[in-house]
Design a protein around this ligand. Structure first.
Ligand SMILES: Nc1nc2c(ncn2[C@@H]2O[C@H](COP(=O)(O)OP(=O)(O)OP(=O)(O)O)[C@@H](O)[C@H]2O)c(=O)[nH]1
Ligand SMILES: [Mg+2]
Ligand SMILES: [Zn+2]
Length: 351
């Protein structure tokens, strides 16, 4: 870490500006006050890809963050709501910066104001936190075959359950020949949900975004792959920071975005881009290549940090495989994911 970065993150005024800009509020402040925080700094998790985190520590400093040190401790939860042990994007965390290695260690997760989560249907009903401390959720769907009212309803309900405000964003409006069926269906099912029709080709259709974002407000984008979430993020930031890509026509689909990223918009406020997700009720076939957080979280509770998950005592994977809580197929998929070169009769599907 350069000396200037160190000065910046320890400067009180700069810290204040950073915190305000990134959505810090009184309840985080209260939570922070309860911490023994002499050598810790508050940061917001702005990136998550599997167990790799990126933590924003000042307006212009983001450090890679690890969950635990050699002692493999999971971070401590502070406060009550959800008492998270595993941070998600959007979480406020306390970190110990490591100036030599240019990284930081996540020590604790501050009490969340809310979480948006998805459910894996099945007998164990696993839930997976998509993002924490979210004010609104843009449910993005393109005005083509992706448009499906029942699915949108599930997203709207998940947003409502989280306490965040759902906003329907119907994208690629430039491709629509007949607007009527979309308008009718939306009006019938979601008369009270804020709805916007956007096209990246029409600046007018994007004007409402000027007023949506206020300082520190966090908006999460969800929706299928290829509906234009990252294109929207690029517009909001005013720069091509996220890769976007034409979706393939071979019905296999593919994810252009593979991580969850929180960035600051040029309208103030923050936006979280996510990998495409067709449904909030995930079925096992979807997103397997990009999201194994259920397994990674499980591995954290194996007794030994170098557990091979075969015959070691205290292995959480073996335990859950035995009980059936972890389906064998999913474990297999995870192992194939780690060794993509391994030949498999059933190549992993990319959705
Ligand atoms: N015609 C039209 N195309 C658009 C619009 N917005 C985005 N696209 C195109 O749609 C394709 C997919 O856009 P992305 O922004 O990568 O989609 P995404 O939702 O981020 O996809 P994932 O990262 O895979 O989840 C790109 O080729 C974009 O240029 C729009 O308003 N109109
Ligand atoms: Mg994307
Ligand atoms: Zn194990």
């Amino acid at each position: 870490m350069s000396d200037t970065s160190l000065v910046k993150i320890s400067d009180k005024n700069l810290r204040k500006t950073f915190l305000k800009t990134f959505g810090w509020n009184e309840s985080f402040e209260a939570c922070w006050a309860s911490l023994e925080s002499a050598d810790l700094l508050p940061g917001r998790v702005v990136g998550q890809e599997k167990t790799h985190y990126r933590v924003q520590l000042s307006l212009d400093l983001i450090l890679p963050g690890t969950l635990f040190g050699k002692d493999r401790q999971t971070p401590e939860a502070v406060g009550s709501l959800a008492s998270p042990l595993i941070p998600a994007v959007g979480d406020w965390v306390s970190v110990q910066p490591d100036p030599h290695e240019m990284k930081c260690k996540i020590q604790s997760v501050l009490s969340r104001s809310n979480v948006v989560q998805r459910t894996r249907p099945g007998r164990d009903e696993r839930v997976q936190v998509m993002a924490a401390n979210v004010d609104s959720v843009f449910i993005v769907t393109s005005a083509n075959e992706d448009f499906e009212i029942l699915r949108l309803e599930r997203f709207v309900n998940a947003a409502k359950e989280s306490g965040a405000k759902p906003v329907l964003v119907i994208s690629k409006w430039d491709l629509v020949a007949d607007e009527e069926p979309f308008l009718l269906a939306l009006h019938k099912t979601f008369p009270n949900i804020e709805t916007h029709f956007i096209s990246q080709k029409s600046p007018q259709s994007l004007e409402w975004l000027n007023t949506h974002f206020g300082e520190g407000r966090t908006t999460l984008l969800v929706g299928s792959s290829g509906v234009g979430k990252s294109s929207l993020v690029n517009f909001l930031v005013g720069q091509e920071i996220q890769k976007t890509q034409e979706t393939s026509n071979d019905s296999k689909g593919r994810h252009t975005t593979t991580s969850r990223d929180l960035v600051r918009t040029r309208f103030d406020g923050l936006v979280i881009d996510t990998p495409g997700m067709r449904d909030i009720l995930s079925n096992e076939m979807e997103n397997e290549t990009v999201d194994f957080s259920d397994i990674e979280n499980l591995i954290l509770s194996c007794k030994f940090s170098d557990c091979g998950h075969l015959t070691e005592p205290g292995c959480a994977i073996q335990r859950d495989l035995k009980s059936g809580d972890l389906p064998r197929a999913r474990w297999q998929a995870y192992r194939e994911f780690l060794q993509p070169a391994a030949k498999s009769k059933n190549p992993r599907r990319r959705v």
